[in-house]
Design a protein around this ligand. Structure first.
Ligand code: FAD
Length: 191
């Protein structure tokens, strides 16, 4: 099956690598000039790691990350764990997003990722789908997958009225800082 995936983010690349395993002829169309990741780190739970194991990159992903133990605190800042809390169920692996996306792109095969290719729409036919790009010929596919992020144009075209709505009123700033002399027992990184 010839499959076109729009978006070379975490989802598009993981989907591409997984479908290749079951024999799809995959092409990923990405409008950015390079495979890149927005944000610093991403927490991966066991279900994600199981999928990376199936792709044969589980160990490489584990090597690039750090295990994090989750803790809860009372109002006075005292760490607490409820009776029956099993830390192993909430332990996760924090990995750098750019490294993960690069590894996934290599797993997919760079020759299958068309960078600088902006998808503008698609036309469904009885036997195939035609994927339109801003410059160049359309791509013909048996299956089109929209992995073009939260503001997905593919989803908006397929399901009118489903455009993402920007959340108002709250903002988050995230950053990476060097670790220092954090209190022991807080949410912590473990090598
Ligand atoms: C602050 C924050 C923290 C998070 N923390 C975690 C976490 O710890 N663990 C976790 O599992 N998840 C976490 N998430 C969620 C996770 O980051 C997202 O679910 C995931 O990154 C989405 O990946 P994606 O590939 O769907 O989208 P994106 O990364 O947005 O990729 C979409 C790609 O599509 C391309 N594209 C868009 N439109 C077009 C077009 N028309 N033509 C061609 N290409 C196009 C874009 O350039 C982009 O490369 C977090 C999210 C946020 C905001």
């Amino acid at each position: 099956m010839r499959t076109v995936i729009v978006g070379a983010g975490l989802v598009g690349l993981t989907t591409a690598a997984s479908l290749r395993l079951i024999g799809h002829d995959v092409t990923v169309l990405e409008h950015a000039p390079e495979v890149r990741a927005v944000g610093a780190g991403i927490g991966l739970w066991p279900n994600a790691l199981r999928e990376f194991d199936k792709l044969g990159i589980g160990d490489a992903v584990r090597r690039m990350g750090d295990t994090v133990d989750a803790w809860f605190f009372d109002a006075a800042g005292k760490p607490e764990r409820a009776d029956g809390y099993d830390p192993s169920r909430y332990r996760f692996l924090m990995v750098p997003r750019p490294g993960l996306n690069t590894l996934l792109a290599e797993t997919v095969g760079l020759e299958r990722i068309r960078l600088g290719t902006h998808v503008t729409g698609f036309t469904e036919h009885d036997t195939h789908v035609e994927v339109h790009v801003s410059d160049g010929p359309s791509s013909r596919a048996d299956l089109l997958i929209g992995a073009d992020g939260v503001y997905s144009d593919v989803r908006a075209a397929l399901v009118p009225g489903s455009s993402a709505v920007e959340h108002e009123g709250n903002r988050v700033w995230r950053a990476m800082v060097p670790s220092g002399d954090e209190r022991p027992g807080t949410t912590s990184w473990r090598r």
